[in-house]
Design a protein around this ligand. Structure first.
Ligand SMILES: [Zn+2]
Length: 251
């Protein structure tokens, strides 16, 4: 996609030419990814995603961000990826791309601390991220929106994926209950949002759970896990790889 961008043209400005010359032999760390959890099925005109390393300035902005409401992950992806609109991303792809940005920026090795759940000792851990991605891609026939049969009402509903810009609407249990109707396109053919919202309030918990699981499709995407073995007490447990702010800094 960008393999030819290293062709250096004379700009006529001696300083610019000298700068271009200085960086002409430096390795191009840009990575082009075509395999993502959603297979790009739900983005218009998907031809792959280009992932660039974070710059030092971007890294500092992220580490120093004070505003907790700021979606740092989206900001970061806007600076580093090309080929898809960040606001439109599905969360399964967002997580995967985040790990790829880290890989092109800092390399594959990730050092972090884990507190042993058994003896509370803090253990320094080092993992090759690419070996722990565990990506599950969506099947080719998955659609968005898609139909789901409600187990109690025994009628069909249509649901759709939340996009990155809508994640704020599903940030906790309260928000999920308040906003879930936005991701239900129709119930028994009825597309009226007020009808849908009222129907959801009266629905059996089994039907609600079915809808929530169908909206999130959390079985697809990446599930970065590793087997933790405590050197102190030899406790063993499968754990999630922590994705906090240290994920984007190399100490
Ligand atoms: Zn332990």
């Amino acid at each position: 996609m960008t393999k030819n961008k290293k062709i250096i043209e004379k700009t006529g400005d001696p300083r610019e030419d000298a700068l271009n010359d200085l960086f002409s032999e430096s390795a191009d760390d840009t990575m082009v990814i075509t395999e993502i959890p959603s297979k790009g099925k739900f983005y218009s005109d998907f031809k792959g995603i280009e992932v660039k390393p974070l710059t030092f300035v971007d890294e500092q902005k992220i580490l120093n961000a004070k505003d907790a409401n700021l979606d740092i992950v989206s900001k970061l992806l806007e600076k580093t990826i090309d080929g898809v609109v960040v606001d439109e991303l599905l969360s399964m792809d967002k997580m995967y791309l985040l790990m790829k940005v880290r890989e092109v920026s800092y390399g594959d090795l990730y050092d972090f601390k884990v507190t042993c759940p058994a003896c509370s000792t803090e253990i320094n851990t080092s993992l090759k991220l690419s070996e722990h991605l565990n990506m599950t891609q969506v099947p080719d026939d998955l659609e968005d929106p898609r139909k789901v049969t409600l187990p109690r009402l025994k009628v069909e509903a249509e649901v759709r994926f939340p996009r990155s810009r809508e994640e704020i609407l599903l940030s906790d249990t309260d928000e999920i209950h308040k906003n879930i109707y936005r991701f239900v396109v129709s119930i028994k053919g009825n597309r009226d949002p007020v009808f849908i919202s009222k129907a959801l309030k009266r629905m059996h918990i089994q039907d609600i759970k079915k809808i929530v699981s169908e909206i999130s499709k959390s079985e697809y995407g990446v599930n970065p896990r590793f087997i933790f073995q405590c050197p102190e007490c030899s406790h063993e447990e499968t754990m999630a790889i922590p994705m906090d702010v240290s994920f984007f800094s190399v100490s």
